[in-house]
Design a protein. Structure first.
Length: 415
């Protein structure tokens, strides 16, 4: 009875209140569960985006078959702390809110370069969002540089997908400049893939790689890549590469070129050495050439070295010539100097004649004088004719050729 009385003492509205309270608790639980679930979903989505940007593209990377490139290109791009990545969201917002200056733009580019090493998609999106076209391009190149430092194959694919050849060329220069400094083996592997696949413009891309490797001081890798070119690219790449090497380290470049056993490859390398060394130290180059074995090209290369030396110190060059016993190759070198374009600065017909007359071999001397006179008669017919009539160093065939030219150029009587 008391029990019944106890139960019956509850308020008639107690049951509805309990139901409402239970509903509120359940709804709150669902709300927070939903928030937590959404947070996980968002986190997972961001992680996937970051990871996707670091995958090796099937169109290039999977075909490379090079461990170095695979390692670099598949490096996960999960977000890292700003202390290690150099990225600071607040700093970025602060910089973008400031008026444009060269210093501010450089700081923005440097931030994107660091971000792109770990999250290239985000970096590129930020670059593309810039309204100033000039700054946008600067930021895109910075992002591409950071991307290429960790994933050169992916960055190359992005560059090769650009619309115009000039855009692709600029972008690939950026890719190789960064990749060659960070991982030369990966950079070379990407370029070799392009060459093997015959990708349009690969000759220019190969030149960009060679420039990048040389700028990084990795001359041996650049030399090996250049020597591996096909028949259409090899000689140009070798000349370009060894010229850059010789401009900085001429003796080392020359030694490497002389050690090449393939005659065609060695010839291309030596011509590159001559081009770079002649600008850096023509006197030392002349001495080096005088000690190399005679060859069909040694006289021509000697001419290039002597020409640069003469422009710097004509007295020293003349003294060396007068005391040299190189013989025929020296004559060929002087022939090359004397036959240069008379329109070049400080190279007058009289200077060219002096060089030609110093040649010992009669046939080579006559050839040199003929070459000088062919240009001279076009510049100053009376002066050239006067010298032609007085010289005895022209052989009959050369003399006849110049005589015919003078006759054609001389105004006819009554005209």
């Amino acid at each position: 009875m008391n029990q019944i009385s106890t139960v019956s003492t509850r308020s008639p509205g107690a049951k509805p209140v309990l139901v409402i309270c239970a509903g509120v608790v359940f709804g709150a639980a669902c709300f927070f569960a939903g928030r937590f679930s959404a947070s996980l979903a968002t986190s997972g989505s961001n992680s996937k985006t970051a990871n996707e940007s670091g995958r090796l593209p099937a169109s290039m990377g999977n075909s490379l078959g090079t461990a170095a490139v695979a390692s670099a290109a598949t490096t996960p791009t999960n977000p890292v702390s700003k202390a290690t990545s150099g990225w600071d969201e607040n700093k970025w917002r602060e910089l973008t809110s400031q008026p444009g200056t060269l210093a501010r733009n450089a700081a923005l580019a440097e931030m994107l370069k660091k971000l792109a090493a770990t999250d290239p998609k985000r970096a590129m999106a930020l670059a593309e969002a810039e309204g100033n076209l000039k700054l946008r391009e600067q930021l895109k190149q910075a992002a591409l540089s950071g991307w290429a430092s960790t994933a050169p194959a992916d960055a190359s694919n992005w560059a090769l997908a650009l619309k115009t050849p000039s855009e692709r060329s600029t972008a690939m220069s950026t890719v190789f400049a960064s990749a060659a400094a960070a991982d030369p083996d990966a950079a070379v592997a990407v370029a070799k893939y392009m060459m093997q696949e015959g990708i349009d413009g690969f000759q220019g891309y190969g030149s960009s790689l060679i420039d990048a490797l040389c700028n990084a001081g990795n001359f041996q890798a650049a030399a090996q890549f250049a020597a591996g070119g096909d028949d259409q690219t090899r000689r140009g790449w070798l000349g370009e590469m060894y010229s850059q090497w010789a401009a900085l380290q001429p003796e080392e470049a020359a030694k490497a070129a002389m050690a090449i056993t393939d005659p065609d490859v060695q010839n291309g390398a030596l011509h590159g050495v001559i081009g770079g060394w002649a600008e850096a130290d023509p006197a030392a180059l002349t001495e080096f050439l005088s000690q190399t074995p005679p060859s069909s090209d040694r006289g021509q290369m000697m001419g290039q070295a002597l020409w640069n030396w003469v422009k710097i110190d004509p007295a020293a060059a003349a003294d060396w010539i007068n005391n040299s016993d190189m013989g025929a190759d020296l004559d060929q070198g002087i022939l090359a100097v004397a036959s240069r374009d008379l329109s070049e600065d400080d190279f007058t017909p009289q200077t060219a004649i002096s060089w030609a007359e110093s040649i010992q071999d009669d046939t080579v001397r006559s050839e040199a004088l003929r070459n000088v006179l062919r240009n001279w008669v076009m510049m100053d017919l009376p002066a050239a004719t006067s010298y032609f009539n007085s010289t005895t160093d022209l052989l009959p065939a050369d003399r006849q050729q110049i005589a015919d030219m003078i006759a054609d150029l001389t105004p006819k009587t009554g005209q």
